[in-house]
Design a protein. Structure first.
Length: 394
């Protein structure tokens, strides 16, 4: 029997540098995963929430509606309103998804026809791009600097062709850690209105600032031309697979129909538990603990790097929150060769910059380190190994 694959399955692209097969290697240090340390995940809170919910609300085990559990949508709307991300947003404007990835997939199904142009910042988070790519989007990158995507570069592209949308990660971006300035956000909104495309604002790191809250969201600046993507993967746990979209009313019915035709709905038991978690008075304290933990880890990582690495070898940008350190190699060695050499010989895993580009070209001298989940000893040892690799001849 020949199990002939669909064109879509064949069209999918592989991750450029998958380290999944190494995850059980005990000699490896992982600077590659953007997820909080297991020790800081709110397991005790979740257990309480879960027990209480199943005792007092067993009806949550029934079929949920396609848009997701209403209590969950309300709890998210309240939080988005309170954080100022989406002032006044109503639960009827939200749809629950399987994390940010499920949100990206739903967007792809809703908006992308084969060969449609989708613009993204470059560098950016590649897995979301894969969701758009699998539905045959043409991807093009808008270069950025430390203040975010460059409006002039965006305008050059949209003048030639109106994209379906512009995908952005404004806060503590993956992979660069950059936070788009308010001026840039306003300039990009002005271009969206002038040229008639919408902005997809992917914001899983919003609450993870080291100090000050990030600037006004695109959604709060321009709800008429923004679709907002949220996720609890970074503030609760990636394993809960919980995310959402704030959608324009005009497309909500079709979004719910698509959801029904693909997954029926997402697990209401998880989402109701998330609603209860978000409404607990101690949830904010958990998020505070998490962001301060990330700040401490960032300071530790850069303290070790500053002591061991000469600026002529490598420099790094200063993130104001999140989980990522974007580093620039000055040794002349290609970052893919460097990352492969360090992984195979020195046993530290991290991603070279090219993995974060829409067409897998560019960023030849950048690498991304994460600092979210290693022990203090692993952070120190990882830097020692990276410094040793920088000091030896490639
Ligand atoms: C910017 C961004 N968007 C989306 C995701 C997807 O996460 P999830 O599907 O777990 O919500 C990630 C994960 O690292 C991310 O960094």
């Amino acid at each position: 029997m020949e199990f002939r694959l669909s064109q879509k399955a064949v069209h999918l692209r592989r991750c450029m540098m998958d380290a999944f097969h190494l995850r059980n290697a005990t000699d490896m240090i992982f600077f590659n995963a953007g997820q909080p340390a297991v020790s800081i995940l709110p397991a005790a809170m979740l257990r309480e929430v879960w027990d209480d919910m199943l005792t007092s609300e067993p009806q949550v085990l029934a079929y949920p509606s396609a848009r997701g559990d209403e209590e969950f949508l309300q709890a998210v709307a309240e939080r988005m309103d309170r954080l100022g991300v989406a002032p006044g947003v109503k639960s009827s404007q939200l749809i629950a998804t399987n994390g940010g990835t499920g949100a990206a997939d739903l967007l792809a199904q809703l908006f992308i026809d084969p060969n449609d142009l989708v613009l993204t910042e470059t560098p950016t988070f590649p897995e979301t791009l894969d969701c758009f790519y699998k539905d045959y989007a043409r991807l093009a990158g808008v270069p950025m600097d430390e203040d975010g995507p460059l409006p002039d570069e965006l305008e050059k592209l949209v003048k030639k062709e109106t994209p379906r949308f512009f995908y952005v990660i404004p806060n503590f971006q993956n992979p660069t850690g950059r936070c788009t300035s308010l001026e840039r956000r306003k300039a990009i909104v002005a271009l969206a209105r002038k040229y008639g495309f919408f902005i997809v604002e992917d914001d899983p790191y919003h609450e993870l600032s080291f100090d000050a809250a990030p600037p006004a969201s695109y959604y709060s600046l321009a709800p008429d031309c923004t679709i907002y993507m949220g996720s609890l993967s970074k503030t609760v746990a990636p394993g809960v697979r919980t995310g959402w979209l704030i959608l324009p009313e005009s497309v909500m019915e079709r979004a719910a129909m698509l959801q029904k035709a693909t997954v029926l709905s997402y697990p209401a038991v998880i989402h109701r538990a998330m609603a209860r978690l978000l409404r607990r008075p101690d949830f904010d304290a958990h998020v505070d603990e998490l962001r301060l933990d990330l700040k401490r880890r960032y300071e530790l990582l850069t303290k070790h790097l500053s002591a061991a690495v000469h600026p002529e070898q490598m420099t790094w940008e200063t993130p104001l929150g999140g989980m990522f350190l974007w580093c620039h190699l000055h040794t002349g060695e290609n970052a893919m060769d460097f990352a492969t050499r360090v992984r195979d010989k020195h046993r530290v895993a991290f991603f070279p910059g090219v993995c974060f580009t829409p067409d897998y070209t560019g960023e030849e001298h950048s690498v991304r380190f994460t600092f979210a989940r290693q022990t203090d000893e692993q952070l120190a040892e990882g830097v020692r190994r990276i410094a040793a690799a920088l000091n030896e001849k490639a």
